[in-house]
Design a protein around this ligand. Structure first.
Ligand SMILES: Cc1ncc(COP(=O)(O)O)c(C=O)c1O
Length: 383
């Protein structure tokens, strides 16, 4: 029979980042040495204390379903972390999910009606667009690329774009794909607009623990007036090198968490039991390992910026996360194809993030491999 697909699924395309990674894997399977700078995951192993906590929890028999919204110990640890970040939070506000992605998906499914307006700050992580479209929302986009990816200079555009029809604004700082940390002034301006036009803000803080040069990122939910209109999303993938464990969460006003719990309960039931126990260990005893990984990323950032600068390429300096936006040809898609086909360097076209003319470079790779990538791009006249 010929399957009939829903509008929901027909509205979206497969993830551009995964498409490139798949191509890189295919070339590697054919014996080609690819430098893969397309990946969105730390190249470190999960810290040992976290693995031990998972093993112990499994051995102790924590292998069944857990309460839908997560085990109490983890919800308490998350609420304590968010309270430390200045976000008013009780365990009732927290939903533990299999990854930050699932947290975002549930929030969009809970709050977006067909035709509701959602505003993104471009360049924006690829899955926001897909999730909003699946939920039936209409996207409006504000470009920050012309302003070195900073939000203050784009505030006039944001002010013009949001209105009383806006349902949700998505803020991601430090941002994927550019690594910029939004200033307190910019976040306060976002707060003023949210209050004036009465919309919710999703603050995706998944890179919050990975910042450089002593910069600390203010959580949007900690600002006066944002306590009942912020949904804070976070996860364990990036800060704790736990991508494959699939653990994340969101914290929201209690009635939102409770409504989203229906979607959660009827889809995933709960996050993996022993993984949640490992999450408690990650939050409570892993500060040193997180700082070490962030230092390593900072070191690589500096090296990569210097390598590009030596070749006359000026790249906006990331302040967090582990990505940078390399300015390339107008046709960024064609540039990325040449980069992988000719130089065997995998990157992601900026157009996948709503910003053509750039390639996203992930520096979650060793310094040697990063240097190798730059040399190859140079040799193939791609810089
Ligand atoms: C900005 C951003 N938010 C959320 C996620 C989701 O991560 P996970 O589902 O692994 O927690 C990612 C992953 O790449 C991301 O870059």
């Amino acid at each position: 029979m010929t399957p009939q697909f829903t509008d929901r699924v027909s509205r979206v395309s497969p993830s551009a980042t995964l498409a490139i990674s798949n191509k890189a894997s295919q070339l590697e399977a054919d014996g080609v040495d690819v430098v893969d700078l397309s990946v969105g995951e730390p190249d470190f192993d999960t810290p040992q204390n976290i693995k031990d906590a998972a093993t112990e929890a499994m051995e102790a028999g924590n292998t069944g379903y857990t309460p839908t919204s997560g085990i109490p110990q983890l919800k308490e640890a998350i609420a304590a972390k968010l309270a430390d970040d200045g976000i008013p939070c009780e365990t009732e506000n927290v939903m533990v999910t299999p990854g930050g992605k699932q947290a975002l998906f549930e929030v969009f499914q809970t709050l977006i009606q067909e035709g509701d307006e959602v505003v993104l700050l471009d360049p924006a992580w690829v899955s926001y667009e897909a999730m909003v479209k699946i939920a039936g929302g209409d996207l409006k986009r504000v470009d920050t690329a012309a302003h070195d990816f900073r939000l203050e200079p784009a505030l006039a555009d944001l002010e013009e774009t949001v209105s009383d029809d806006t349902t949700i604004l998505v803020v991601n700082s430090p941002g994927n794909p550019h690594g910029i940390v939004y200033s307190d002034e910019a976040l306060e301006a976002v707060r003023d607009l949210a209050v004036e036009h009465d919309f919710m803000v999703i603050s995706d803080e998944i890179y919050k623990e990975i910042t450089y040069d002593g910069i600390e990122m203010t959580s949007l939910g900690s600002l006066d007036g944002m306590e009942d209109r912020t949904i804070t999303v976070n996860g364990f993938s990036k800060a704790y090198a736990m991508t494959g464990w699939r653990l994340g969460y969101f914290a929201a006003p209690e009635e939102i968490t409770s409504e989203a719990g229906k979607i959660h309960g009827h889809s995933v039931s709960c996050a993996v039991n022993f993984v949640q126990h490992a999450g408690v260990e990650a939050l409570q005893n892993t500060d040193d390992a997180v700082a070490e990984m962030a230092d390593a990323f900072e070191d690589r950032r500096d090296m990569l910026l210097a390598e590009f600068a030596d070749r006359g390429v000026d790249v906006t300096k990331p302040e967090g996360a582990f990505y940078m936006m390399l300015p390339v040809a107008d046709d960024d898609q064609a540039w990325c194809e040449r980069a992988i086909d000719e130089a065997h360097v995998a990157t992601v076209p900026g157009s996948a993030f709503g910003t053509p003319g750039y390639a996203r470079v992930s520096y979650a790779n060793s310094k040697e491999r990063l240097q190798e990538a730059v040399s190859r791009l140079d040799e193939h006249d791609l810089l």
